[in-house]
Every structure is written in structure tokens, then in C-alpha cells.
Design a protein around this ligand. Structure first.
Ligand SMILES: [Ca+2]
Ligand SMILES: [Ca+2]
Length: 420
């Protein structure tokens, strides 16, 4: 009980300290122990570590007492107990449940063979999102409850599931993930109207403005997966699905449909270690006079497909437009280069949209990677789509090898193909 009381006192103090900078300075003089930490078995994203549900993160903490010794019993006069703990809090400092049982969690550290260093194992099953991870080391007198020396650190972290699919949709569009069908009827600030497996439903924002819902992607009757619905700058909606199960299909096939002379094609650009280019080859009746071809070239640099921290959408592609006259003289122009997910790139009669990203957390290597990147292309039916898995430029097809003097830029196709 004494232990628990101490923790409550410390928590309260931290809340107060958060608000009053003056007290922080004062407290630093009283409790001058210092703490260093590192995390293992997590994924690193730009803002910080990401803990992956179901995969115990290991926090290694090294604490030095206010007088510069290892933070261990025997080095701290008046203390007969030490607690090194990890907790998760929200923005207001409120301690949270991260295991899904409704009870706030405290993870206790154990001292290693090296005095003053502690290991804390953290196993979560929590809603994906941003959290504050609060590490505390407290040396106290178990009889009086007096805190003799202490240190703490707070770390911005993200919690996620290992599999993560992002789909960009327009209102009225239906998507499939695993065995699950979802249609987004409408999306406003006040909520989303959706059809889940043929049942109409609404998702309204929670107190943080987040539209989230637990769903059952594999159809076993237990809703352990997460669906987030967000609006984006480009007007399309972003649907994010997180799961502990593999929801990234092992095999993918392209989908093609034809609507009044416009072809709509969903095709994969990246599938694990394979990268696919597409050429939209102009076969219009007057193409022998002037043809306009498009090349969509995904970067083969894996670093261009690494993502994290709730943004599963980075995939780099370059789109080149080649205009050729009489099959001889060619203008080349890059019309887009960069992240394609969530973007709707238009040029004359074609549109290209980064549509679907299946992302996996390589925990041992510490990064997320888009394993499956799918693109939606719409183009007039007089184009022929040619798909290539080109190793070199010779594997691509070009017409008009003579670059005209008015060509907008010189494109280094070797670099483009390698993603360098
Ligand atoms: Ca719990
Ligand atoms: Ca399920």
C-alpha cells in the first residue's frame, strides 16, 4: 500500500510540475538524480520510438544518484526501497490502460547485474496513436514513505499494430481489406457515414477529434482490429486499418474497369522487393503526328518506402510525360516526383492516384516499410498500358529518340529507374 501511495504522490507532483516551470527548477535541486534510457524491440520513426502491440518493448534505464553514484540500494542513505517504473499518460498526464483490460498499467523494472541499470519490459495491446511514456526511478523509505532521491524522463511514443493498411478513397467508394468490405458514404467534421459488410453505420469523433472504431477484419467475430477515418488536404479520405494479423495480401491482382471510354486501373507499383513501371502508350488515331506517352516510375530505393508514426503513405514515384512528333522528336517533362499516396495527380485526360499502402513493422530492423503499394490510374481507352519490371532503361520502350531543342528538361532515366 505504501508503494501505491508513493506513486500517487509522485503522479500528482508531476502534474503540478507540468504546469509550474518554477517548481520544476526547484525540484531539480531537491531530486538531482539523472536518468538515461534506450529502447529495444521497437520501430524508430522520425518523432521517436513506436511500440508494436504484442511485441514486448524493452526499456533499458540507467540512473545516477544526486551525488553521482549508481542508483542502487546502499548508495542512497535513508532509502530502503527503489521502484523503477514505466507508465503511459495522455496529454493531461492521466495514467492510461494500454493492455485493454480497463485498468491503468504500471510496468516495473528489475535491476540488472550492473548496479543502477534497470530493464523494463512493456507489452501493450492498445489503440494505435500517440502516447507519453513516463519513466520514473524513485528511492524511498518504505516506513515513512519519504522519497529520498528520484529521476524521471518522459518520451513521446507511438503505439501501433504490426500490420497497417492505408487506403485513400473518395466519398461513395468501396474498399476491401482482408475479408472486410467498407464503403465510405460521406465524411464531414461531425462524423463518417459508412457501410460495413453491408450494414450502415456512423463513426463520430471522440473527445480528441479522432474517428476510430474497432472492427473485425478476419471475420472470426472478435473485433480486435482498428479503423481510423481521416480527411486529407487533397480532399480524399484516408482509411487506416491496424491489425495484429497479416492483412496485407500475399498475392495481388490488378483491377480494371471501363466506363464510357475511360479505363480505371488499380495496379501494384511495389510488391515486396518488386517494383513495376507503367507506360501509358498513346494509340490515338493521330498519334503518328503527335503522341503523348506517360511513364510512372516507382523508386527502387527502399528508403523511399519507409514510413511511420501514423503516416502510412510514403511511396516515391516519378511521372514523366513524353510528347513525340512524327515518332521522331520528343519533349520530356517530369510532371510529378515525390510521395504519391493520398495525391491525385492530373494531366490532361489522365489521373494517377496513390491508393493503397500495406505496411509492415520490421521490429528487429527497427523500421516500417510499405510492402504493397497500389496506384489507381484513369486514362482514355485509346491508351495502351504497358507494365514493366525493368532492370535497365533498355527494358523500357521509348519512341522518338531525338530530344527536341525545346524539351523542358533532361531526364536521367538510369537514375530514375534505380531510384538514386
Ligand atoms: Ca491494463
Ligand atoms: Ca477478428
Amino acid at each position: 500500500m505504501t508503494k501505491n501511495n508513493n506513486e500517487i504522490i509522485i503522479m500528482n507532483k508531476n502534474v503540478v510540475l507540468g504546469f509550474f516551470g518554477l517548481l520544476v527548477a526547484l525540484a531539480a535541486n531537491v531530486h538531482a538524480a539523472t536518468m538515461a534510457y534506450n529502447l529495444d524491440n521497437v520501430v524508430w520513426s522520425d518523432p521517436g520510438p513506436e511500440i508494436i502491440n504484442g511485441n514486448a518493448a524493452e526499456v533499458n534505464v540507467t540512473v545516477v544518484t544526486s551525488d553521482g553514484k549508481p542508483f542502487t540500494l546502499g548508495n542512497i542513505a535513508g532509502a530502503d526501497a527503489i521502484n523503477v517504473t514505466a507508465k503511459f499518460t495522455d496529454d493531461l498526464g492521466t495514467q492510461l490502460d494500454v493492455t485493454g483490460d480497463g485498468v491503468e498499467d504500471t510496468f516495473y523494472g528489475t535491476e540488472t547485474a550492473t548496479a543502477g541499470t534497470y530493464t523494463i519490459s512493456i507489452n501493450t495491446s492498445a489503440q494505435p496513436g500517440e502516447y507519453t511514456l513516463l519513466l520514473e526511478a524513485v528511492a524511498y523509505n518504505s516506513t515513512t514513505g519519504e522519497v529520498v532521491d528520484s529521476a524521471n524522463a518522459s518520451i513521446d511514443t507511438y503505439i501501433a499494430d504490426p500490420y497497417w493498411v492505408t487506403v485513400f478513397v473518395d466519398e461513395g467508394e468501396e474498399v476491401s481489406v482482408a475479408n472486410f468490405k467498407l464503403k465510405l458514404e460521406s465524411l464531414t467534421d461531425r462524423g463518417a457515414l459508412i457501410v460495413l459488410n453491408n450494414q450502415i453505420d456512423t463513426v463520430t469523433p471522440d473527445s480528441n477529434g479522432v474517428m476510430v472504431r474497432q472492427v473485425d477484419l478476419d471475420g472470426d467475430g472478435v473485433a480486435t482490429d482498428w479503423l481510423f477515418i481521416e480527411s486529407t488536404d487533397s480532399g480524399v479520405a484516408e482509411l487506416k486499418f491496424y491489425s495484429k494479423n497479416n492483412i496485407i495480401p500475399d498475392k495481388i491482382s490488378d483491377e480494371v474497369s471501363l466506363e464510357s471510354n475511360t479505363v480505371k486501373r488499380n495496379y501494384w507499383l511495389k510488391y515486396r522487393n518488386r517494383y513495376r513501371q507503367v507506360i501509358l502508350w498513346d494509340k490515338s488515331p493521330l498519334s503518328w503526328i503527335k503522341s503523348v506517352d506517360y511513364y510512372i516510375i516507382p523508386s527502387k530505393n527502399r528508403n523511399d518506402w519507409k514510413v511511420g508514426w501514423g503516416r502510412g503513405q510514403f511511396g516515391k514515384a516519378t511521372i514523366v510525360k513524353r510528347t513525340t512528333y512524327f515518332g521522331i522528336f520528343t519533349n520530356e517533362e517530369k510532371i510529378y516526383e515525390g510521395n504519391i499516396f493520398g495525391k491525385n495527380i492530373k494531366d490532361d485526360a489522365i489521373s494517377i492516384k496513390g491508393k493503397w499502402a500495406g505496411t509492415y513493422a520490421y521490429i528487429g530492423n527497427g523500421y516500417w516499410e510499405v510492402l504493397t503499394g497500389i496506384c489507381e490510374v484513369k486514362y482514355p481507352s485509346y491508351y495502351e498500358a504497358k507494365f514493366k519490371e525493368a532492370a535497365t532503361v533498355a527494358d523500357l520502350e521509348f519512341r522518338g529518340k531525338i530530344r527536341s531543342a525545346s524539351s523542358k528538361e533532361e531526364i536521367n532515366w538510369d537514375v530514375l529507374l534505380s531510384g538514386g
